[in-house]
Design a binder for this molecule. Structure first.
Ligand code: GLN
Length: 487
């Protein structure tokens, strides 16, 4: 049998239901592996071994008593951007060091209710700002496929943990690509749900009009299982939509024949690493051979996405991060008076990238500049949204690479913030438009690093994207490859 840590959720559930393995075995195997290899990966900021053992025992007892739940006994871990009651939640920042929320994020509470076993909190770029996890205020996370490479970001810990077999699934968050890009760098399946699909209650805000939490796993089927648990309306988040949650797992069995897949020309333009473009095109051809219909189309406003996203995201961040004042949460550096305390706490507590964004965001929102920057960016956002509506009137999904290149080396891109920003060019449009995006492994480059494709869909069409993902994975085996490290 394959090792307990390399199972899919579907396999683990089947084995537990048959009584072949226990949640305790599964949890112990994961805790041991974390202890053995995480020192060289850096995926976890906090390991909650006691809680995991308690929950695993409760899961075994529940099963013995004849109960079953969608994730009963499945070991998972959570990006440190999601609040967890009584468990340190730092958001990758020193300013929240020692902060223990008094409540669970709704997505986390729903995982617990579904019987999941909590292994711990995962490393990330500070306040989810970044694309490599190098902005973590604690330590960088490493890519299990090559330890000299970044795992992507900002949910780098969430991706590295699944890829290195230190959790069967994890949650991350995606404001401009932070679920899809690390999934592609680490060879995983993951989804950024439509805005409003998953409650943001307890998800520490970066750009509130973009942020969505979503799952990382090995297969589209496992992603469907976790998404089904965390999705749905939440009275505690007024931006969560009351739209019914389909049975995503049942939906995987549907037909994909005749579905129209659009290839935006601008997303296959120059600047892509050649083997990334080739792998994405080969995936498109695979869909065609599965009965889908391909159409090339133009995304005319593609060039507006980067400036619009970075202006709005930084503006929202500058407002959201005003709450870290040394009075209410986390770290506090005592100053001569209140203002001095604010200054010292924020001066020491925030890292460079966070400070840069607070300053730029404050600038674009200030009187005299608001119309020129923030107002313009919002107008561009409306055009982008409208163009996606028009594209989704012609096609059922769009296909593109996730990132222009595969995982880069530490320090290679970090010294140049502009290059880091350019790496987000293919992902941020989905967040501007509030649409959903599924990331799937679709090949490897010459250096043996995973390549990812994304399927984008109109709001609340996750079921269709997952069905496409399932069809693709039943015809290919990219998602079954594991880094030798995990071997
Ligand atoms: N890299 C993008 C940023 O830094 C996206 C990050 C994210 O999705 N959280 O804003």
């Amino acid at each position: 049998m394959t090792s307990l840590t390399s199972l899919t959720i579907s396999q683990a559930l089947a084995l537990m239901r048959a009584g072949d393995i226990s949640a305790r075995d599964l949890t112990e195997a994961h805790l041991q592996r974390i202890e053995a290899i995480d020192p060289s990966i850096g995926a976890y900021l906090t390991v909650t071994a006691d809680l995991a053992r308690q929950q695993a025992e409760a899961a075994d007892e529940a099963r013995a008593a004849g109960q079953d739940k969608p994730l009963l006994g499945i070991p998972i871990a959570i990006k440190d951007v999601l609040s967890t009651q009584g468990i340190e939640t730092t958001c990758g920042s020193k300013i929240l060091e020692g902060y223990r929320p008094i409540f669970d994020a709704t997505a986390v509470a729903r995982l617990y209710e579904a019987g999941a076993v909590m292994l711990g909190k995962l490393n990330m770029d500070e306040f989810a700002m970044g694309s490599s996890t190098e902005n973590s205020a604690y330590f960088p996370a490493r890519n299990p496929w090559n330890l000299e490479r970044v795992p992507g970001g900002s949910s780098g810990g969430s991706a590295a943990a699944v890829a290195a077999e230190m959790a069967l699934a994890t949650l991350g968050s995606d404001t401009g690509g932070s679920i899809r890009q690390p999934a592609s760098f680490c060879g995983l399946s993951a989804i950024k749900p439509s805005y409003g699909r998953v409650s943001r209650y307890g998800l520490i805000a970066y750009g509130s009009s973009f942020d969505q939490a979503g799952p990382f796993a090995r297969t589209a089927e496992d992603v469907a299982r976790v998404l089904g648990v965390i999705a749905g309306h939440d009275p505690l988040d007024s931006t969560s939509m009351p739209t019914a949650v389909p049975d995503y797992v049942a939906g995987l069995r549907g037909e994909i024949r005749g579905l129209r897949i659009g290839l935006p020309r601008e997303y296959f333009a120059e600047g892509l690493q050649p083997d990334v473009a080739a792998a994405a095109r080969a995936a498109a051809a695979q869909f065609e051979s599965l009965g889908a219909e391909l159409r090339e189309l133009s995304f005319e406003h593609a060039d507006y996405c980067l400036p619009a996203y970075y202006i709005i995201a930084m503006a929202e961040a500058s407002a959201n991060l005003a709450r870290y004042d040394g009075v209410r949460f986390g770290a506090r550096v005592e100053g001569a008076d209140l203002i001095d305390t604010y200054k010292k706490t924020r001066g020491i507590g925030f890292g460079d990238e966070v400070k840069r964004r607070i300053m730029l965001g404050t600038y674009t929102l200030s009187a005299g500049y608001y119309d020129a920057y923030y107002g313009k960016a919002q107008a561009a956002r409306t055009l982008i949204r409208q163009e996606f509506d028009a594209m989704f009137a012609q096609v059922d999904a769009l296909l593109a690479p996730v990132a222009p290149a595969t995982a880069f080396k530490f320090g290679e891109v970090t010294q140049d913030p502009m290059r880091m920003i350019l790496a987000d060019v293919l992902t941020i449009s989905a967040n501007l438009a509030g649409i959903c995006g599924l990331s799937l492994p679709c090949g490897f480059d010459a250096a043996g690093l995973p390549i990812g494709l994304q399927l984008l869909g109109a709001p609340f069409t996750e079921e269709r994207l997952l069905r496409l993902g399932q069809a693709y994975q039943s015809a290919t085996d990219w998602h079954l490859r594991a880094p030798e490290f995990a071997g």
